[in-house]
Design a protein around this ligand. Structure first.
Ligand SMILES: Cc1cc2nc3c(=O)[nH]c(=O)nc-3n(C[C@H](O)[C@H](O)[C@H](O)COP(=O)(O)OP(=O)(O)OC[C@H]3O[C@@H](n4cnc5c(N)ncnc54)[C@H](O)[C@@H]3O)c2cc1C
Length: 397
């Protein structure tokens, strides 16, 4: 067969495959694509055995399979009822084809593979070249583009559903538009990792309970300062306190510094490392009554908070909420306490007694003892029909 000069319009999967097939037969090919780059929006991806054989004939099969997912079965689901309608086992075709499976490789990957091969073969690929019309005489076709005309022995129109080539030839597009609309969404989110152990592993077993009414990342620091207080440390002894802290926590509880030292309300105080530590050291506790002391106490707490500084803890591990307090005393001694894990975490669980005490202290601000006992009973029997309703009734105000 003598070599022909062939123009292929459209670098979708059909155009690139057609161009590559022509090039492999020895023809000179020019592939024209209107856009600057191949459209990689999610569209077709499932490739059945006969198409895999065509892709093999084009010399692309190994890369095509390597860049996709091999599925030995194919399922049809009924969307409204979420019911599996049928499952096809392609393994039944093992004596009929070398590819008894389907391969999921997105169509833009096929187009890009084809373009790469065409370029490697020295064929012309012209992106950003829109075809505007064509005409033919007895010998050749003239392809009009926005960049000027091209002549070819043959033109293959692969320019999609609204094909300019088709319209130029006066060919109708038969068929109909489905009345449904589809939304296609793709993501690189790792669902397998996120769903690992779903229904078997209970995340609530690793949730930290909060013994103190402040930001979760502060809890180990509070434990550390209260431990130093139990050993005799007092606010009046302090020249300076340094707190090494994981870098990602700084923007949460250490900065902006002016606000963290002198919070404008109790919520700002609960998110402040220096203020919460100062409150714990001055008052000896951090509970439901904290963050709202009288003016004199608040003044003392702020003065101490101004002496509490932070520095980056380079040894902090991800997901570890360590508390590290280094207190430099006026008389020159340095006291240090590290709490590796926060109380209430899986590594350092709270005792039932501590949980109940916190509940009773908090509930006591609102309910009498009989009501508190009712709520505890309802929580302890939180199984079976009506249990949640009983708890709701016990808690109602
Ligand atoms: C959201 C969505 C999901 C789909 N899902 C599936 C699926 O799951 N399975 C399936 O089999 N099919 C699916 N399809 C259909 C499938 O994408 C098409 O059948 C396939 O793209 C057709 O390939 P093509 O190469 O003929 O045309 P296209 O992929 O449309 O490529 C045509 C190319 O021609 C270019 N072009 C257009 N006009 C000109 C011009 N005048 N000059 C130069 N270049 C031009 C375009 O820019 C484009 O790059 C889906 C389609 C969509 C939109």
């Amino acid at each position: 067969m003598s070599s022909r000069n062939i123009v292929v319009v459209g670098a979708g999967p059909v155009g690139t495959v057609a161009a590559l097939a022509c090039a492999r037969l020895g023809h000179r090919v020019t592939l024209l694509e209107a856009e600057q780059r191949v459209n990689d929006a999610p569209r077709a991806s499932t490739t059945q055995p006969p198409t895999l054989e065509i892709i093999e004939a084009l010399g692309l099969i190994d890369e095509y399979i390597a860049r996709g997912l091999v599925a030995p079965t194919f399922q049809f689901w009924d969307r409204p009822s979420m019911r599996l309608v049928a499952e096809f086992d392609f393994g039944c075709l093992k004596d009929e084809t070398r590819y008894p499976y389907v391969v999921q490789t997105e169509q833009h990957k096929l187009a890009l593979m084809g373009i790469e091969r065409l370029k490697a073969m020295g064929q012309a690929v012209r992106m950003g070249t829109r075809v505007t019309g064509l005409s033919q005489d007895a010998d050749s076709v003239t392809v009009e583009t926005e960049q000027g005309p091209l002549r070819a022995d043959y033109v293959i129109g692969c320019d999609g559903g609204r094909s300019t080539v088709r319209k130029s030839l006066g060919i109708e597009f038969e068929g109909f538009t489905w009345p449904e609309r589809f939304l296609v969404i793709t993501t690189q989110f790792d669902f397998a990792a996120a769903l690992h152990g779903l229904g078997k592993r209970w995340e609530c077993e690793t949730i930290s309970l909060k013994p103190y009414p402040c930001a979760h990342v502060l809890h180990s620091f509070i434990d550390a300062i209260l431990a130093l207080r139990a050993e005799g440390l007092r606010a009046s002894d302090v020249a300076r306190i340094r707190c090494p802290i994981a870098e990602h926590m700084i923007g949460i509880v250490c900065e902006p510094r002016e606000q963290k030292i002198a919070p404008q309300n109790d919520w700002q105080g609960r998110g402040s490392l220096p203020y919460s530590l100062a409150e714990a050291l001055v008052t000896g506790r951090l509970d439901g009554t904290s963050y709202r002391g009288d003016a004199a106490t608040r003044g003392e707490i702020r003065a101490l908070a101004a002496k509490i500084e932070y520095e980056v803890d380079r040894s902090a591990k991800p997901n570890q909420f360590k508390g590290w307090v280094i207190a430099e005393l006026n008389e020159g001694r340095v006291l240090e306490k590290i709490e590796p894990y926060n109380r209430g975490s899986a590594e350092r669980p709270l005792r039932d007694f501590d949980i109940l005490k916190k509940f009773r202290d908090n509930a006591g601000a609102r309910f009498d003892e009989a009501r508190i006992a009712d709520i505890e009973t309802a929580v302890k029997s939180l199984t079976g029909p009506g249990a949640v309703r009983r708890l709701g009734a016990a808690c109602s105000i």
